[in-house]
Design a protein around this ligand. Structure first.
Ligand code: HPA
Length: 274
């Protein structure tokens, strides 16, 4: 799709949602695998299935509901994506990030990007939260869609994660007395979890967690000038030297247990920026 077509698709999607939810959502939240219940904290005004929104892909991944919950959280209008799209579902990057383009058109300034991730740092335990300070993009896709034959600018980038949101998220964990790590997210294409050799490699190259999402959305959000907080819920801890497989069900169960921590951090960030 050409850039102009993508922008038109995003604006038609935004118009559709605005037709049912007229408030300007300065805040938006993407829920990763197993974090569905976080949407229950929203006093929802409208719930829209992705299938109803023009140009939206379908959500096929395990533990992803596939609907937009629009309402109020901490007395602020918010749009919550209950389920996201992944490159491993076969969608091209510009379709994975269409919701971000739509949110930008709706006026979103703050994007909370949640995900389930495998912990690589031995200091981490299942159920912990890590706030993303930087990422290693191993998905090997250009950061956003330009038109064929038109180069995407190759400017040097700084890390897209907002340092103020990161610092207050860490403080929130201290305040509520639960561990919050800060670290590096390695984005893998998936959909398989990593081999032991891959976990070992990722740790060596400086990653603290591994996941299969987030980076395309964060790149798109940065392009729109949004302030981004990346939140990884550690759903399994990779132990490269102990033969132990990771299962999707285990990941969902751990995400469910850790969701209240994500909620505390997101609520705190909304309060501080309202
Ligand atoms: N690797 C990649 N993605 C994940 C993992 C993992 O170990 N756990 C949850 N999402």
């Amino acid at each position: 799709m050409k850039r102009a077509e993508l922008d038109r698709a995003a604006s038609e999607a935004a118009d559709f949602v605005k037709g049912q939810f007229s408030a300007t959502p300065r805040f938006a939240l993407i829920l990763g695998t197993g974090s569905n219940q976080l949407a229950d904290a929203v006093s929802s005004e409208t719930v829209i299935d992705y299938g109803e929104i023009p140009h939206f892909p379908r959500s096929t991944a395990l533990g992803h509901r596939g609907r937009l919950v629009c309402g109020q959280l901490a007395n602020q209008p918010i749009v919550v994506m209950q389920g996201r799209f992944h490159l491993y579902e076969g969608y091209p990057r510009e379709r994975v990030t269409l919701p971000i383009d739509m949110l930008a058109q709706m006026g979103t300034e703050f994007l909370f990007v949640g995900n389930a991730a495998g912990g690589l740092n031995p200091a981490m335990a299942t159920g912990d939260v890590m706030l993303i300070e930087s990422h290693i993009d191993l998905m090997f896709r250009p950061p956003w869609a330009g038109d064929p034959g038109q180069a995407v600018p190759t400017s040097r980038r700084t890390d897209p994660y907002d340092p103020h949101l990161l610092a207050s998220g860490l403080a929130c964990g201290r305040h509520h007395d639960f561990p919050v790590h800060q670290g590096v997210y390695a984005a893998m294409l998936g959909p398989t979890y990593e081999t032991r050799a891959e976990y070992r490699m990722l740790r060596r190259i400086g990653a603290d967690v591994a996941g299969m999402s987030t980076v395309p959305e964060v790149n798109a959000a940065t392009r729109h000038g949004m302030r981004v907080l990346g939140l990884s819920l550690i759903t399994n801890v990779a132990s490269p030297d102990a033969p132990q497989a990771t299962s999707g069900e285990e990941v969902i169960e751990a995400a469910r247990a850790g969701a209240p921590k994500l909620e505390a951090i997101v609520l705190d960030a909304i309060h501080r920026n309202s």
